[in-house]
Design a binder for this molecule. Structure first.
Ligand code: HEM
Length: 399
């Protein structure tokens, strides 16, 4: 079977994750044009690169589901991302309120702004007008924000970082190393144990955080196990993704210095510019779905159980929807039509928070660091196959 597929999908057969890691966009362009539904033998999965196809798959949870065995379910248990139907809707509905933009603006904006200012101050170490934005700002902002919204004390940051490293290794454990899996599951269990006293405290003294809402909920409440699994996916979903989104946004805008002034001209312009950074260099490159039965996409037969990767970065540069799609244009009117947070039932829960964090970081950097620019002596650009971000992002400023 895979022999025939190699002949039928010659471009897919040539796709190498190592090449996607460096620069996926020319490869996506070729696939989108000539083999929009293709089989990639290196990972034994389908790739979709046209926006219409990606939309159709993500909007059809009956035919293309997340409710199937996966490492993320093995690691965290059943949560909103690996369930469908009423169970998923129940989980998501319970977790949504603290992520509403209006609640974030009132509850999270003032403390987060103060915290980002403090972090931006610390960026400039040793009196030098230079700093590394990804680990120095993007990562701590992402961690601080998601912990605060969840209601996990910031004193847990060190342990959360440790657990996170184990999860990340387990999720990339494609070779199925049992030790890596054991360590990842051990970290998820340790998180569960650490959560118990936090939940007890929040039940005694509710603080308006998500965990506090969940533990004080008495109408069809989530069980302790359901709270743990959903808290894990929110925590895991909110760290590396947002760190990458912030770093990619800073990088994209500073790589186009002529576009920074228009982007800064109003809050609306900045929000639009952030959408364009999301379109042009999305932190998360694909959303995977399992076919629930034999089906066809563009006349290509997909068998029940096979995995289809909706390539979000490819959909975002589909010329059928975006004019001159490879061009970064901070004023692009339809930039917000990107699929970087996916679409449908599994649309990203944290999108409003991630957008808010990115806006605060950009505003803070621009106001505190006059003449902000990329450091020409220490260049870094996004790379990665599943998550894209720069390894380091050095900037300089004056004054
Ligand atoms: C505060 C930050 C974030 C949190 C708490 C968060 C959390 C989540 C959660 C819980 C889901 C599952 C939703 C569901 O299944 O119903 C999700 C989905 C998703 N998130 Fe986020 N996320 C964050 C930031 C981001 C960022 C910055 C990106 C990329 C730019 C991103 C991309 C996605 C995508 C593509 C999905 C859909 C995955 C799929 O359908 O297979 N997320 N997110």
């Amino acid at each position: 079977m895979s022999e025939r597929r190699i002949d039928r999908f010659p471009l897919g057969a040539r796709v190498r994750l190592a090449d996607l890691t460096v620069d996926p966009y020319p490869i996506f362009a070729e696939l989108r044009e000539a083999e929009p539904v293709t089989w990639v033998p290196e990972i034994g999965r389908w790739f979709l690169t046209r926006r219409d196809d990606v939309l159709a798959v993500l909007r059809d949870p009956h035919l293309f589901t997340t409710d199937a065995p996966s490492t993320i379910r093995d690691m965290f248990g059943a949560h909103m991302m690996t369930t469908e139907g009423p169970t998923q809707i129940r989980y998501k509905r319970k977790c949504l309120p603290p992520f509403h933009a209006s609640r974030l603006e009132t509850a999270s904006l003032p403390p987060l702004t103060a915290e980002v200012e403090r972090m931006a101050e610390a960026l400039q170490s040793g009196g030098q007008r230079a700093g590394e934005v990804r680990t120095g700002l993007a990562r701590p902002v992402a961690l601080h924000s998601v912990l605060s919204v969840l209601g996990i004390p910031l004193s847990e940051t060190g342990r959360v970082n440790e657990w996170y490293e184990h999860f990340a290794r387990s999720l990339a454990n494609f070779a199925g190393d049992p030790d890596v899996r054991r360590t990842g599951k051990g970290a998820a269990d340790a998180f569960g144990r650490a959560l118990e006293p936090i939940l007890e405290e929040l039940e005694r003294e509710p603080d308006g955080s998500l965990l506090s809402d969940l533990v004080c909920d008495h109408v069809d409440p989530l069980t302790a196990e359901e709270i743990r699994s959903n808290a894990l996916i929110i925590l895991f979903g909110g760290i590396e993704t947002t760190e990458s989104m912030i770093a990619n946004a800073v990088w994209a805008l500073l790589s186009h210095p002529e576009q920074c002034t228009p982007a800064r001209s109003s809050e609306t312009s900045l929000d639009l510019a952030i959408e364009e950074t999301l379109r042009w260099e999305p932190a998360v490159q694909s959303a995977a779905r399992h076919a629930t039965r034999d089906t066809e996409i563009r006349g290509v037969r997909i068998s029940k159980g096979e995995v289809v990767h909706c390539m979000l970065g490819a959909a975002n540069r589909d010329p059928a929807h975006f004019h001159d799609p490879d061009r970064f244009d901070a004023t692009r009117r339809n930039a917000g039509d990107h699929l970087s947070f996916a679409v449908g039932r599994h649309f990203c829960l944290g999108a409003p928070l991630a957008r808010l964090e990115t806006r605060i970081v950009l505003e803070t950097l621009w106001s505190r660091c006059p003449g902000l620019r990329l450091d020409p002596d220490r260049p870094g650009a996004p790379h990665g196959y599943e998550f894209r971000k720069p390894k380091t992002l050095w900037v300089r400023w004056v004054g």
